[in-house]
Structures are given as structure tokens and as C-alpha cells.
Design a protein around this ligand. Sequence first.
Ligand code: G3H
Ligand code: 13P
Ligand code: ZN
Length: 309
Amino acid sequence: MPLVTSTEMFKKAYAGGYAIGAFNVNNMETIQGIVMAAKEVNAPLILQVSSGARKYANPIYLKKLVEAAVEDSGLPICLHLDHGDTFELCKDCIDKGFTSVMIDASSHSFADNIKITKNVVEYAHDHGVVVEAELGKLAGIEDAVNVSAEDSCYTDPAQVQEFVSRTNVDSLAIAIGTSHGAYKFKGEPKLRFDILEEVGRRLPGFPIVLHGASSVPQYLVEQINAYGGNMPGARGVPEEMLRKAASMAVCKINIDSDLRMAVTATIRKYFSENPSHFDPRQYLGPARLAVRDIVKHKIIEVLGCNDKA
Ligand code: G3H
Ligand code: 13P
Ligand code: ZN
């Protein structure tokens, strides 16, 4: 089976009240850990590459690794560009064989966001590729995403119909209070489900995307802190909130930070217990299994997309 788009995945997810996991990938071990989990529980997958990941690994290596994952697993896998910020970047991924791209023009005005998104959609659709766009701004700092809490803003549901009909985009990321990274809430976690509900009412059957959806498990924070790390106050989106979003219009849930933490927690513990080891396979192997375990947990307990491949 070749790489697939997310079209069928989203149709089934919307109808079934579950979501597809979109996991960020940068290297072989992470890809293998995610795919092991999906294979064990027969789940469809979206593997996504940020521009930081492209710079780190070179997209051609990641594309070949994802193709190997398809061949190895036989699962439906969509290869997606995460947070593409220009037409040129999206075009390059489309030309290289990605089956889905995100154009994130959410930092531009509403009119410019429409213009830039529409351009990408036209090129992508001509090449059989689907497009995700973003309305509203999530806070957070990653390599390619840098929005302060003051500059973040919730999606205005009054804008979504016009945006979707004028751009012909295939899915839409909205801002309801999540943010990127491991420090999402200072006080009690709170998401604007009223906005999600209103967006769902205005766009019936249309797939919505939730970014910044790591739940930052406390056992990983504790393990990192216990072995020389320092992540006080790290806090993510409670799993029950993610389950609720998946039962509503959210069909794609983006997870990156939790996988990073699983890898880091495992390697920190490994070196503390085996200070003389220096063969990377000895610590990357357990890190790969930690990715497998957390992804399996997400698929079964949070996303609900097990047995949906
Ligand atoms: O949304 C951002 C993703 O977590 C990717 O992060 O830009 O550091 O690769 P990155
Ligand atoms: P997290 O930082 O919550 O994992 O979000 C990842 C993301 O939204 C990638 O686009
Ligand atoms: Zn994101």
C-alpha cells in the first residue's frame, strides 16, 4: 500500500467519534516505536514532520523511513508537513511525495491567511494532496513555532465557514486553549469546549485538528526530575479532555512533547544506571520501546483509533 491521505481516516473518525494520532517524527527510533504500537493495535497513523525536523534529518531520509514503515506494517499511513509557514515549503513537501501538508498562516490577517491557504490548496489538490490550515493562534515555543501567551488568541467561530468555503481546505486547526510544549497551564487546565462545539455546529462533518495536545504524564516529569532533569511545573492537557475533544469534531490530535519526554526520561534513567555504557543501541533501544508504550496508551485510552486501520 502506498502512503495515503487523511481523507478516509477523517471520514471514519468523524463518524465513529474518535481521533487519529498525529505524531511528530525526527529519527528512525521514534518512527519505529510509533509504528510498533500502531501495528500491535491495528491503528491508522499520521506521521508528521515539522520544518525543524526537516532541517535536522533532511526530509528525504524521513520520507524513506516512513515508506519503510508502510512496507513493514501494511498500515494506512499519511505523511504530513506540520506547521508549514510558506507556499514554497508546502510545495517542496508536495513535490517530494508528502500526502498532506499544513499551511500555518495563522500569524497573518484573516484576508492574508485565506489568500495564502487558498494558493497552497490549489497546488496540493492538483497533486492529490490534502491541506490543513489554522485559524486562531496557539501559544508555545518550539523550533518553528514561537507565539507568546499574549499573542495567542482563540479561534472565532464566526469566521470558520467563510474561511473553509473560500479556501476549500480539507481540515482546520483551531485554538481552544492548548499550547505547544510541556508547560501548557499555570493554573487549572481549561479548554474552550464551547468554541469547539460552535465550530462543529457551523461546519457539520468537517474535520477539526487539535494541536498542543500532549498530556505531559506526571510519571515522565518525575522520572526526568529524578535523574538529573529539571522540569518543575510541566503540565499538559488532561486525557479526559482529549477524549472529549475526540468524541466531538476533532479528528486529528497532535502529539510531540510526550514522545520527546518518554525518550528523554528513558535515556536519563539508563545512563544513571549504566554510566559506563556508550553503545547508542543500548539506550536508543529502550527509548524506542518507551515511545511504543506511550503511543499504544494514547491510541487505546485517549484517541480510540485502535482496530480502525
Ligand atoms: O508544533 C510543533 C512541533 O512540536 C514541532 O516542534 O518545531 O521543535 O520540531 P519543532
Ligand atoms: P505538543 O507540544 O503538545 O506535543 O503539540 C505538538 C503539536 O501540536 C505539533 O504540531
Ligand atoms: Zn502544532
